[in-house]
Structures are given as structure tokens and as C-alpha cells.
Design a protein around this ligand. Structure first.
Ligand code: HEC
Length: 164
């Protein structure tokens, strides 16, 4: 049997379309894609790093770096309030404890950094550290205690200010 070219073309197009249809990805189920939300312990580990770097920035009189680490700490606490407004069975919610316990010590420390006052920096750094520990107590994580860092774990970062 001889088919006209036009008929053959129609068959060909139809079968190619069928193959293409089979290859289409499965329709989306409508569920939103899973997104990564950092745990409170992870966010705190970042806070620990910034708290450490802040100390060495202050010791090196690198006030720009100290101001930067203070900003980062503030943003870290904002993220904690956003992602973990409450925490497990904690009797105190991070969203309430943070404004009450760390906002003032952070502001006081910032004032010392702005004034480039190393004596005030040390006192206020210790006050911030006490606030961190008070919140750990208040949230039943009193076994997590922070202190002035005893040694610098960041050998690849220059803490002294860039020479003018
Ligand atoms: C809302 C109160 C609160 C404040 C303020 C707070 N923390 Fe925490 N922190 C917690 C809680 C709760 C945990 C335990 C989180 C978990 O793992 O479930 C924690 C855990 C930690 C840990 C252990 C992290 C780990 O996984 O090893 C460190 C280190 C830490 N905090 C450092 C700090 C530092 C430094 C500050 C101050 C700059 C601070 N925290 C301020 C509540 C607080």
C-alpha cells in the first residue's frame, strides 16, 4: 500500500508529539519546596563565633571590625527571634528574652566601640557575656556557659586594623 506523503507526515508529527508528551516531567504536586531553617543551636554557634571575634577586634583596637561584629550579633539575634520565637519547653521565649536581656548590653558595647574606649569595651564585653549566660540559665541551658575567649581560634584572619 502506498500512502501519500502528506498522510505520512501527519503520522510522523502525531507520533513525535506523543513521545514528547510522555517525556514531560510529572506535574508538580502543589506542595511548597522544603526550605532550610537553621536550628537555634546552629544560630547560637554563629553568635559564639561573632562573640569571639568581637573580643579580638577590641583587643586589637580594630574598631571597624568590632562595630561589624556587633552588627552581625544584632542580625543573628534578629534571625533567632524570626526562626525561633519560642523554644522547646523553655520557660522563657527567645522573642521576649532577647529584647529584655541583650538589647541594652549590645547598645552599651556599641557606645564603647564608637568612642574607641578600650576600658569601657572590656567592661561592657563582660556585661554582654553575662547576659548571654543569664539567658542560658533562663531557658534551662545554664550548662552552656560562655566567657572571654582564652585564645584565638582564627589564625587566618587579621585582627589588627589595616595600616593607614
Ligand atoms: C534567648 C536567650 C539566649 C541568649 C540571649 C543567648 N543564648 Fe545562647 N543559647 C540559648 C539556647 C536556648 C541555647 C540552646 C539551643 C539548642 O541547642 O537547642 C543556646 C545555645 C548556645 C550555645 C551552644 C551551641 C552549640 O550547639 O554548641 C552557645 C555557644 C551559645 N548559646 C552562645 C551564646 C552567646 C555567645 C550569646 C550572647 C552573645 C548567647 N548565646 C545568647 C539561648 C540564648
Amino acid at each position: 500500500m502506498r500512502l501519500p506523503v502528506r498522510t505520512l507526515l501527519i503520522f510522523l508529527t502525531a507520533s513525535l508529539t506523543a513521545v514528547a508528551a510522555c517525556r514531560q516531567p510529572a506535574p508538580a504536586s502543589g506542595a511548597p519546596p522544603e526550605t532550610y531553617a537553621p536550628g537555634l543551636g546552629e544560630l547560637m554557634t554563629f553568635q559564639q563565633m561573632r562573640h569571639t571575634k568581637l573580643w579580638f577586634a577590641g583587643q586589637a583596637l580594630n574598631w571597624d571590625l568590632a562595630a561589624y561584629e556587633l552588627d552581625e550579633l544584632g542580625e543573628g539575634f534578629d534571625d533567632i527571634i524570626k526562626f525561633h520565637p519560642t523554644h522547646k519547653d523553655s520557660p522563657v521565649a527567645p522573642k521576649d528574652a532577647i529584647p529584655r536581656m541583650v538589647t541594652q548590653p549590645l547598645a552599651d558595647l556599641r557606645a564603647a566601640v564608637t568612642k574607641k574606649d578600650s576600658t569601657a569595651f572590656v567592661e561592657r564585653y563582660d556585661a554582654l557575656t553575662a547576659a548571654c549566660n543569664n539567658c542560658h540559665e533562663a531557658t534551662n541551658f545554664g550548662f552552656n556557659r560562655v566567657q572571654r575567649p582564652a585564645s584565638n581560634p582564627y589564625p587566618n584572619q587579621v585582627f589588627s586594623p589595616p595600616s593607614q
